[in-house]
Design a protein around this ligand. Structure first.
Ligand SMILES: [Zn+2]
Length: 409
């Protein structure tokens, strides 16, 4: 109720199943057991459909389950997000590299420029130039001789992102590089972090092991690690020996071919009728539409109807319920239901939890479960008839039409 559990507010603990009957709250019992202040709050909640064991619900999560992370989010104050600190975290960037970038952007790496601030004095000589310069973050990660050559070696066929004079400036230029290709966006996100990581490793190798590292050597290490990272998504990169430009070409070609796909409605495969349904919610109006086709794929009946719900997921569910009831009316004991709502299908197959606010609606579907032999997900493009009917229902009067005659629109 937002003010702690209700059970803490009553003297004797009762089960919820004791205070409702036939889908309605027993107001007389509630008045006896509950303080007056929370009666109106309880009556605003729809009573459950079935008499299950009571379960504690946490209103801040959609599943009703308590999690420490959500509790932490609730108590922690939101703070403005930085573009730099957002871009260093990505599933494809190794965690050690992300944490290293965190230190770099926070100026917490032990280079002489930083150590001077802590009264640690010593010779400040960079590792990267023939004439050693001051070891500052911008020098060893951006404007020094070897760092500049490494950044230049990753110029694309569309040219360089342009000169930069600080490491933050260089990172921003890569992260904001314009491209319409998703694969290139990913590479432009990962690569700057890898460059900084390997420049730092080269600096430490030079400083602590006394081994000289060249710009070409650093380039090859970065390229090898980038290829390993991308191999999971682009298996044709696994062959190795690729140059930077051929890696870019392969990734872009693969990305282009991966985008082409064809989705269309498929005939029933199970020798039972197939029901395609869709629910839509737009501008505070909800509608449902569905079309039932026989085992051989021929049209049987379709419907479109407007109704009153507050969320699109409820609209998707109402469409399934309406369609299944229609099948039962038409004496079809079992049906194959196809919906473009992946979430609803996953809930039906218990792959994801059911939000507490949705539980009451969902129980209606569970009551009809024995009429649904299989429920599958399809792309919206393959569900166009049902989508069109649902959209039509918002603007038209209720319609139902069938192959046996009746009212055609
Ligand atoms: Zn230098």
């Amino acid at each position: 109720m937002g003010q702690g559990p209700v059970c803490d507010k009553v003297e004797t603990i009762h089960a919820v199943a004791h205070v409702f009957d036939q889908g309605r709250w027993n107001v007389h019992l509630l008045q006896q057991w509950l303080p007056r202040g929370i009666m109106s709050d309880i009556l605003h909640i729809s009573p459950p459909m079935s008499r299950r064991l009571d379960r504690m619900m946490w209103a801040l999560s959609s599943s009703g389950s308590f999690t420490v992370s959500l509790a932490y989010q609730e108590v922690s104050q939101p703070s403005p997000r930085s573009m730099f600190f957002t871009n260093i975290w990505h599933p494809l960037i190794p965690a050690k590299v992300s944490f290293f970038m965190l230190h770099l952007l926070g100026s917490r790496l032990p280079v002489m420029e930083i150590l001077h601030r802590f009264q640690v004095h010593g010779p400040s000589r960079c590792w990267c130039c023939k004439e050693p310069g001051v070891e500052s973050l911008d020098h060893i990660f951006c404007i020094g001789e070897i760092p500049s050559q490494v950044w230049q070696s990753f110029e694309g066929s569309d040219g360089s992102p342009g000169p930069a004079f600080t490491v933050r400036h260089m990172l921003a230029k890569w992260w904001f590089r314009a491209t319409s290709k998703a694969a290139l966006k990913t590479i432009y996100r990962i690569l700057p972090c890898l460059v900084c990581w390997h420049l730092w490793r080269a600096r430490n190798t030079m400083l602590f092991d006394g081994k000289r590292v060249t710009a070409v050597g650093i380039h090859l290490r970065i390229l090898g690690e980038l290829r390993e990272i991308l191999c999971g998504r682009y298996p044709n990169l696994a062959s190795g020996g690729l140059s930077w430009h051929s890696l870019l070409d392969l990734v872009v070609k693969r990305d282009r071919s991966g985008r082409i796909s064809w989705h269309k409605w498929s005939r029933p495969q199970l020798m039972i009728p197939k029901l395609n349904v869709d629910g839509c919610y737009q501008a505070e109006r909800a509608g449902e539409g569905g079309i039932l086709r026989g085992p051989e794929g021929r049209f049987i009946v379709a419907f479109a109807k407007v109704f009153d719900v507050a969320k699109s997921l409820q609209a998707e569910l109402k469409a399934v319920l309406e369609g299944v009831r229609l099948c039962v009316q038409r004496s079809f004991a079992e049906v194959h239901v196809e919906s473009d709502s992946l979430l609803l299908v996953r809930m039906f197959h218990t792959k994801v939890g059911i939000p507490w606010w949705f539980m009451r609606d969902f129980e209606e579907l569970l009551a009809l479960r024995h009429h649904v032999r299989v429920m599958t997900h399809c792309r919206r493009e393959a569900n166009r008839s049902a989508v069109g009917l649902a959209m039509e229902s918002i603007t038209q009067v209720p319609i139902q039409f069938s192959s046996r005659g009746g009212s055609y629109p």
